[in-house]
Design a protein around this ligand. Structure first.
Ligand SMILES: NC(=O)c1ccc[n+]([C@@H]2O[C@H](COP(=O)([O-])OP(=O)(O)OC[C@H]3O[C@@H](n4cnc5c(N)ncnc54)[C@H](O)[C@@H]3O)[C@@H](O)[C@H]2O)c1
Length: 302
């Protein structure tokens, strides 16, 4: 029974030994005061949006990405995080066992395809902060080529980033969580393309890579559950970012075509993933592991 998280909700109210203070605890479940999160691909797009969400929830967030230095957009988000007021006393009081500390955003340049380098990044963060609670493996690339012509080196390159890089990230995070005895949350960014083929698109390498990420998360979730580490995936549908813009801009009709493929008749925005990543990172999802969260505007319902 020591394996179970602290009772909350109705059980906490009915517990005769409970402290009689009356306060809201639902927002505390989602709060991350004093927790340390690492997000690869956190320089822009979905990764930066998720980094901001976790920082707003109270976390210290490390963004790991390729550029040697962050650009002005990233710096603007960092400055905004620096100005955030601390979480309210009521939220921090109910949040599990972590000291309140100020949110911050930190940038580290690294390539996730380098296994030793990725391990070194997580070791450095664990030694600097004393913990790693959350890992979001978001770094990825999208390429298109017909399956009959797909060049081998291009196929290998995409798999190296989208599969090997995601594994090296999750592995490096899990090693620090196990070493420090932290019941962490690892979130791998997959895609609806891991479960369906995108209509009219030649995405064989990308779709293969995202399918691998789904299965990677299930396998790691089962192996790491005894160490109380949870591993889940988020599968977004079409989200408008620099990645998709680079693909859509030369094909003016494609934006409307992709929109028409879901019942909401639009592409998603990166901020529409804030809730799901915060939920998976936090104690609001303690019984969720080995699962895939589909956020696709209903694309797969059709
Ligand atoms: N945009 C979408 O519609 C969509 C849908 C489903 C899934 N996804 C996934 O979400 C993730 C983020 O996508 P996005 O749209 O924000 O793309 P993006 O291109 O805006 O961001 C991806 C980030 O990953 C970084 N990156 C690439 N290779 C790297 C490496 N080797 N090491 C470290 N960082 C690296 C890039 O520099 C970039 O900052 C990707 O894994 C993508 O496959 C995106």
């Amino acid at each position: 029974m020591t394996n179970l998280p602290e009772p909350k909700g109705v059980a906490a109210i009915l517990n005769p030994n409970a402290c009689p203070s009356v306060h809201r605890s639902i927002f505390s479940d989602f709060a991350l005061p004093g927790r340390v999160a690492v997000i690869t691909g956190g320089h822009r797009g979905i990764g930066l949006e998720m980094a901001f969400a976790l920082a707003e929830a109270g976390a210290i967030v490390y963004c790991v990405d390729l550029p040697a230095f962050p650009d002005s957009d990233w710096e603007a988000v960092k400055q905004h995080v620096d100005k955030l007021s601390p979480l309210s006393e009521e939220i921090v009081r109910g949040a599990a066992n972590k000291p309140s500390s100020k949110s911050k955003l930190v940038y580290i340049s690294a390539d996730v395809t380098d296994q030793d380098g990725t391990r070194a990044v997580f070791k450095h963060i664990a030694e600097t902060e004393g913990r790693v609670d959350v890992c979001v493996a978001c770094a990825g690339i999208l390429r298109s080529a017909e399956c009959l012509e797909y060049p081998g080196d291009e196929f290998r390159k995409l798999i190296d980033i989208n599969v090997n890089g995601v594994f090296f990230t999750a592995q490096a995070a899990a090693r620090q969580m196990v070493r420090l005895g932290i019941p962490g949350s690892i979130i791998l960014i997959a895609s609806m393309s891991g479960s369906i083929a995108n209509r009219g698109q030649n995405f064989v390498a990308y779709n293969t890579s995202k399918s691998a990420v789904l299965q990677m998360a299930r396998s790691m979730a089962c192996e790491l559950a005894p160490q109380k580490i949870r591993v889940n995936t988020i599968s977004p549908g079409y989200i408008l970012t620099d990645m998709t813009k680079a693909y859509l801009d030369p094909q003016p009709k494609l934006h409307a075509e992709w929109s028409s493929q879901n019942p909401m008749d639009r592409l998603g925005r990166p901020d529409e993933l804030r809730g799901v990543v915060t939920w998976l990172a936090s104690d609001a999802s303690t019984y969720c592991t080995g699962s895939d969260m589909i956020v696709d505007g209903g694309h797969r319902a059709w």
